[in-house]
Design a protein around this ligand. Structure first.
Ligand SMILES: NC(=O)C1=CN([C@@H]2O[C@H](COP(=O)(O)OP(=O)(O)OC[C@H]3O[C@@H](n4cnc5c(N)ncnc54)[C@H](O)[C@@H]3O)[C@@H](O)[C@H]2O)[C@@H](O)CC1
Ligand SMILES: [K+]
Length: 462
């Protein structure tokens, strides 16, 4: 599990550790790790041109001490301060003693730029003096962010105004949520964690890794039959959108349930493509309701919600949901909105949801007493309380019509197979992202090809 911790938690752990260590020791650990990553990126340190963008806090201190280490190995290191009056004194002395220099402006050429403007002490978008330095980062230089890209909110991944776009981020002690969640995640590049010895409690956010997904996948045993493996019911499609039913069933058939039952007006289209499907009402272990329903189908949604089994609600099923009804359900509910649908559910604007995805997904889970999966460039899954799950496998190619229908079928199938709602949603998003990557491999994809690639994505996790 890759875990991420809030600034408050990291600060508390740092305080506890600093109290037990000689003064400055923690910063030296950070700077040593940072310099080692930079040296690896440069390959040849001797003669390399390194530029440090130095802010007024300890983030700038890290950059200066790392710069000193590189200067001692023969790099030409130039520091540029955001505010020369408030530069880290010890760091600057170390840099100058190692042969580095302080300049007024950003040099026109550099092999590597260290962004030490702000770290976890940053608030809001970059101030003009910092933004002006970022604008002058020489083209072609490798940009390494110290702890996190300056301008990215460490706790939420929000970017208000200017922010650094890093190739590599070297983060200290723990991942911060903003490094895993967009828009921050896409500014961070490759994230490298330097262990500085912090002891940490429960994380704010976590991302399942391959091995955890593999352990959660439902695998039939010798005593399994199709009913014991779980039946998933799919209520989807309309005369206007029959394809949504076909796509939801395509995902459901590949999600590990023993059988898929379809209920709705698109049975002919579903059967023509998937003769394996059962048609009509009957007992199920989980329902998926919503893809392509169109309007005027609230009674069917209500009927599904009245069944005391896990229910995944997606797309048109999400319209006008009553929080009281959902909170009163005896079985888990899983909501899978995109940002626009989440905005309607929360009474907010789409822009507000996009700008604050972590807060929004948590708010959905609390308001509706459900597990919420917020689709987007980083898909997030939240239950009320506990860390938010961040899906690491997404790809922008997923932004294509019908891909959500495949995801809801797949995830509902995992629910029917017995995964709890948080795991079903996380594993569904994970496999869906992997399958989309395979199906796309650098070119536009069709939603049906995501479903076709699911067995391959699954096989990667024996
Ligand atoms: N506390 C510790 O023990 C350690 C801290 N470390 C480093 O210290 C950093 C935190 O240091 P600080 O608490 O000094 O805070 P930062 O250096 O992250 O930033 C605080 C400074 O930046 C300015 N600032 C805030 N928001 C800004 C904005 N939007 N635009 C421009 N300037 C802004 C503030 O006025 C303040 O002077 C970490 O991110 C990490 O890099 C590491 O050395 C590891 C150990
Ligand atoms: K930084």
């Amino acid at each position: 599990m890759r875990t991420a911790y809030s600034v408050e938690t990291v600060r508390a752990a740092e305080r506890e550790l600093i109290a037990r260590l000689p003064e400055g020791a923690l910063m030296q650990r950070a700077a040593a790790g940072l310099a080692a990553v930079c040296a690896g990126l440069l390959r040849k340190v001797y003669g390399a041109r390194v530029v440090l963008l130095v802010g007024p806090g300890d983030n700038g201190g890290d950059a200066l001490y790392a710069g000193a280490r590189l200067a001692r190995r023969g790099a030409g290191v130039t520091a540029v301060a955001m505010d020369p009056e408030r530069i880290h004194g010890g760091g600057l002395r170390a840099l100058l003693a190692a042969g580095g220099r302080l300049a007024d402006g950003v040099p026109a050429r550099a092999d590597l730029v260290l962004d030490g403007l702000v770290g976890i002490g940053g608030r809001g978008g970059l101030r003009p003096a910092a933004a002006a330095l970022v604008e002058r980062i020489p083209a072609g230089a490798v940009v390494v962010a110290v702890d996190l890209p300056s301008g990215v909110d460490a706790d939420t991944g929000e970017v208000a105004g200017a922010a650094v776009r890093a190739d590599v981020t070297v983060t200290f002690g723990a991942y911060k949520p903003g490094l895993l969640i967009d828009p921050g995640a896409s500014r961070a590049g490759v994230v490298r964690l330097v262990d500085i010895g912090l002891s940490l409690p429960e994380p704010e956010a976590e991302a399942l890794q391959d091995a955890e997904v593999a352990a959660l996948l439902p695998v039939p045993t010798a005593s399994s039959d199709k009913y014991r493996r779980g039946v998933v019911g799919v209520v989807a499609g309309s005369s206007q959108y029959p394809g949504a039913a076909v796509l939801a069933v395509s995902g459901a058939l590949r999600g590990g349930a023993g059988a898929v039952r379809y209920v709705g007006p698109a049975a002919d289209a579903v059967l023509a493509r998937y003769p394996e499907t059962l048609i009509g009402r009957g007992r199920v272990q989980a329902w998926v309701v919503g893809p392509g329903l169109g309007s005027g189908r609230a009674a069917e949604v209500a009927e599904v919600l009245a069944d005391p089994v896990p229910v995944l609600v997606d797309a048109d099923g999400l319209r006008g949901l009553d929080p009281e009804v959902l909170r009163g359900r005896p079985a888990p509910t899983l909501l899978t909105p995109h940002a626009g649908e989440a905005a309607a559910l929360l009474g907010a604007s789409r822009q507000e949801v996009e700008a604050a995805r972590l807060t929004s997904v948590r708010a959905l889970a609390v308001k509706y007493g459900a597990v919420a999966l917020l689709k987007g460039s980083t898909t997030l899954v939240a239950a009320a309380g506990g860390p938010v799950r961040v899906n690491p496998t997404g790809t922008p190619w997923l932004a294509t019509a019908g891909s959500g229908d495949v995801l809801s079928g797949l995830t509902g199938s995992l629910l029917a197979a017995g995964l709890d709602a948080l795991d079903a949603a996380s594993v569904g998003a994970y496999l869906h992202g992997l399958a989309a990557r395979r199906a796309a491999s650098g070119a536009p994809l069709l939603a049906q090809h995501i479903a076709d690639s699911l067995p391959e994505a699954w096989r990667q996790h024996p």
